[in-house]
Ligand binder design. Sequence first.
Ligand SMILES: N[C@@H](CCC(=O)N[C@@H](CS)C(=O)NCC(=O)O)C(=O)O
Length: 331
Amino acid sequence: MGLLVDGQWQDKWYDTSSSGGKFQRESAKLRNWVTADGSAGPSGVGGFKAESGRYHLYVSLACPWAHRTLVFRKLKNLEQHIDVSVVSPDMLSNGWTFNTDAGSTGDMLFNSEFMHQIYTRNKSDYSGRVTVPVLWCKKTNQIVSNESSEIIRMFNSAFNEITGNHDDYYPENLRAMIDRVNGLVYDNINNGVYRAGFATEQGAYEEAYNAVFMALDSVEKILENNRYLVGPRITEADWRLFTTLIRFDAVYHGHFKCNRQRLEDFPNISNYVRELYQWPGVAETVDIYHIKRHYYYSHDMINPTRVVPAGPAIDFTREHNRTRLPASQAA
Ligand SMILES: N[C@@H](CCC(=O)N[C@@H](CS)C(=O)NCC(=O)O)C(=O)O
């Protein structure tokens, strides 16, 4: 685990000493957008037109943020248009690596050893954390974006003319509601579990733990009468929550100490996770081996023995009872 400083790799864990033990996530720095016509998106510069075969996605199968992009690549039929390199689940002193012994595909473009080499290939004096996902442009040889929430928006619409898939997970009329739900879910659940798990002082941990379960209680209530987070239609908000929920009982409950209860103990949420898991194509994006191996093996300051727990045994293919609630056209 580490970061680049002026293009040099430094092996350093997150610094929580100046924040009262709180984990503070660095904002993603590379924020260009692929668009249908190559015009600039909401941030960054233009010049990244949607084209088949032009872009490459770097992911970890363990990472919930990268997982979002894999889900959208499936939902939007982008698999034959955007290829993928998968890093090893073990993120040790060199950060993310392409060590194929531990389950990486290798770097399909440049055969690099380390993910930080992709960042310095983009900018030789880059400073910042080396995170996944990364969307790479093969034509201009640079990183388009390392922000998952924006990569999924690009996938949602930029390639529609190429794929013929016009499903919309961020429809105009629901945007305000989706953004509101994303706010609650991001701060308290997606990032909340990390704030609990990486906290280095009791107070910081408890504050995050309480936020996680306050938000899960709200979600449980919403899902009592709504098939999905913003009503009868599945949206981006659901997929953003899903990638955290699918990891919860296996990792966040134990390793990150979010253990008031398991997700399996929330009737609505656990049924909802199963419905999303069973969505066509989605199960193929879930790799529980990479998920458990990454967190328990890489974070030796939390789990010094690096022993990976054998359980829990959860069958996400079990029946869900969500059809009791009305659903509108999937997207
Ligand atoms: N804002 C980024 C966050 C991505 C992120 O933090 N990814 C983690 C993996 S789960 C990572 O690569 N961490 C390495 C590090 O922080 O050094 C996004 O959503 O795309």
